[in-house]
Design a protein around this ligand. Structure first.
Ligand SMILES: Cc1ncc(COP(=O)(O)O)c(C=O)c1O
Length: 424
């Protein structure tokens, strides 16, 4: 297995991004964008729920099944070795992409949710007890709330919540005041899926580390939007999902420092994660296999590796710049619609606009704009505490990906004006 930091460094250096995006060309990489919905060209504004896949990802997965399919790590035959090489190449690509020190720090999981649960059960649960605290924020996705509630239930610890303001920004001073030796872990989202807020993770980690508190970052929404450098952020755990970053569903990863992972017991038992087994005793495998029990999602990992290569080829800075310009345009346009309120107006914001329209239920908004070919998400976005904070039952949400354009925002605007007319 390749895990030399030199190989990771080399990978990162050999994948420079291209300055600026040729959006017309980029859009041709995504076959689904040329389909029609309700007789209209699809306008896909639901990337925060799941991104569309470029041909590079579709073909990598397809080729894997056509030419290389076999189980990994266990065979001496050619196909098994090819499958293992492709699986491990994906790990190397991801390690380089997020600037991990070693591929031993990349654990493939089903996604962000599973990564958080792994840390909750294998890291937090054995280390905490009554009187201890786990700190989350008011803008977390349920995936970064419920696993901690379960650990609190199992251990007698208390879940505490750092507050936000009316713009949907974290109140850092209040969060700082909540840090003490009782807090055994701080779990915080990098970019909020419901509000678009980009949290100052580097600052938060520095604050928490002054008290010796490890920090888990939910990176589900940050991976497709920003350059993520785990070393620079200074976090202890970083969780991500393949399908949010233009890769397949059912694959994701947990990154953590090798020394932390070494100290954690395996989470699930089974094949792959062992070195030897007798009925008396099992010796566990080394990292990362120790945390990958059973046959993994091999094709998913290969597709995720292809997604990483694709993003790296386009360049994360160019992607962020493009998405910001669409966000800025859409924010200005939507603000002109009478009765429309944007929920989440943080200074630092990524490509998400949650909104309500007076007199219109978000579900009705979603259904009506679908007739224009526009895919919006409506509901609580798995962030009910955010809805409770803003005193709304639900919002409509437009979320932007690297393939969206200002012209598509114009289609959204036309469809929303129609909504206003219909529901007036
Ligand atoms: C911020 C955030 N965290 C966690 C998740 C959960 O990701 P997954 O369902 O891929 O595990 C999501 C998905 O919407 C998300 O947006």
């Amino acid at each position: 297995m390749v895990h030399e930091s030199g190989a990771i460094q080399e990978y990162a250096e050999n994948c420079p991004g291209t300055p600026g995006l040729d959006i017309a060309r980029v859009r041709r990489d995504f076959p689904i964008l040329s389909r029609q919905v309700q007789g209209k060209p699809l306008v896909y504004f639901d990337t925060a729920a799941s991104a569309q896949r470029p041909l590079a990802v579709i073909e990598a997965t397809d080729l894997f099944y056509r030419l290389h399919n076999a189980n990994v790590h266990r065979g001496v035959h050619t196909l098994s070795q090819e499958a293992t090489d492709l699986y491990e190449a994906a790990r190397l690509a991801l390690a380089g992409f997020i600037h991990a020190h070693s591929t031993r720090e990349i654990i493939f999981t089903r996604g962000t949710t599973e990564s958080i649960n792994l840390v909750a059960q294998s890291y937090a649960r054995p280390r905490i007890g009554p009187g201890d605290e786990i700190l989350v924020t008011h803008m977390e996705h349920h995936s970064n709330i419920v696993p901690w509630q379960m650990v609190c239930e199992q251990t007698g610890a208390t879940l505490r919540v750092a507050p936000i303001n009316q713009r949907g920004e974290l109140l850092l001073d209040e969060m700082a005041a909540m840090l003490s030796e009782r807090v055994k872990l701080l779990a915080c989202v990098h970019i909020s899926n419901a509000l678009g807020t980009i949290n100052p993770i580097k600052e938060i980690c520095a604050m928490a580390h002054q008290h010796g508190i490890p920090v888990l970052v939910d990176g589900a929404q940050a991976m497709p939007h920003a350059n993520v450098n785990v070393a620079e952020l200074g976090c202890d755990f970083y969780c991500l999902s393949g399908h949010k970053m233009y890769g397949p569903t059912g694959i994701g990863a947990l990154w953590a420092h090798e020394r932390i992972l070494e100290d954690m017991p395996p989470w699930q038992g089974g094949g792959e994660m062992i070195r030897t087994v007798t009925f008396e005793k099992t010796e566990f495998n080394e990292l990362p296999a120790k945390f990958e029990a059973g046959t993994p999602n091999i094709a998913g990992a290969v597709g995720l590796g292809a997604a990483v290569n694709y993003l790296q080829h386009l360049g994360m800075d160019s992607i962020a710049e493009h998405e910001n310009s669409v966000l800025e345009y859409a924010t200005a346009e939507l603000s002109t619609i009478e009765g429309l309120t944007i929920i989440g107006t943080a200074q630092e914001k990524a490509g998400v606009i949650s909104f309500t329209i007076d007199g219109a239920h978000p579900n009705d908004i979603g259904t009506l704009v679908d007739h224009f070919g526009v895919a919006l998400r409506t509901g609580h976005h798995c962030a009910m505490p955010v809805m409770q904070f803003f005193k709304v039952p639900a919002t409509a949400r437009a979320s932007f990906g690297l393939y969206n354009t200002r012209e598509e925002v114009d289609v959204l605007m036309a469809s929303l004006k129609h909504v206003r007319e219909m529901l007036r």
